[in-house]
Design a protein. Structure first.
Length: 190
C-alpha cells in the first residue's frame, strides 16, 4: 500500500517537467495604450520582464488584437519546481521543430467591421537585399481569429510592419524582435 501511494505521489514528477527558457518574439512598437503583455505563458508560472507582445486597438466598435509567433529556447530542465539541469544542446534542436517563417495572429472581437480575408494584410520588410510589401502565402480562419503565414524566414527578420487595408486609412503596425525569460511547467494536458 505504501509503495502504491509513493508511486502515485511521484507520478507527476515523471509525466511533467519544468523549464527555464528564453522566448524570442516580436513586440509592437506603438503607444503604450495600444500594447499589452507579456502575459503569463499558457503553461507557465512566470514571465520575467520583456517588452509587450500584443497590439490592441479599437476600430469601429470592436477590438483588433495582433500578435506574432515566438520561439521557445529552453536552457534549464527538471521536474516540477526544480529547473536545474542545463539543456543547452536542446535549445538548438528545438528550433528545428518550430515554424521557420513569420506567423501573425489577428483576432477580431466583432467580425462585422473587418472581413477575415488575407488580401487585407501585407507586411513591409526592409532586410538585407529586400525592401517592399509581402502578402501572406497561407492563412487559417477560426471564429474571429486569423493566422497569417508570410514566406519570410524568422532567422533573417529583426523588424517588420504589418499593414491592414480595407478599414479606411491603411493601418501600419510596426514590430521589433525582442526576448524575455520565462519559467514554464509542462504537463500532459499542456
Amino acid at each position: 500500500m505504501r509503495q502504491a501511494l509513493c508511486l502515485l505521489l511521484a507520478a507527476p514528477m515523471f509525466v511533467s517537467c519544468s523549464t527555464i527558457e528564453r522566448r524570442v518574439y516580436f513586440s509592437p512598437v506603438v503607444d503604450v495604450a495600444n500594447s499589452q503583455g507579456p502575459q503569463k505563458p499558457a503553461c507557465g508560472w512566470k514571465s520575467f520582464g520583456g517588452a509587450p507582445d500584443t497590439y490592441i486597438v479599437s476600430l469601429n466598435g470592436g477590438d483588433l488584437v495582433v500578435t506574432a509567433n515566438e520561439s521557445i529556447q529552453p536552457y534549464f530542465w527538471g521536474p516540477w519546481f526544480a529547473s536545474v539541469i542545463p539543456v543547452f544542446p536542446v535549445t538548438w534542436a528545438v528550433q528545428m521543430f518550430g515554424s521557420p517563417d513569420l506567423k501573425v495572429n489577428v483576432m477580431v472581437s466583432d467580425g462585422s467591421y473587418v472581413r477575415m480575408d488575407k488580401s487585407l494584410y501585407t507586411i513591409k520588410l526592409i532586410t538585407d537585399g529586400f525592401s517592399g510589401y509581402v502578402k501572406p502565402s497561407q492563412y487559417e480562419v477560426a471564429a474571429g481569429m486569423m493566422s497569417l503565414e508570410f514566406p519570410v524566414p524568422l532567422s533573417q527578420l529583426e523588424h517588420f510592419t504589418l499593414r491592414l487595408t480595407g478599414v479606411g486609412e491603411p493601418l501600419d503596425i510596426p514590430f521589433q524582435k525582442a526576448s524575455r525569460w520565462s519559467w514554464t511547467q509542462w504537463t500532459p494536458n499542456c
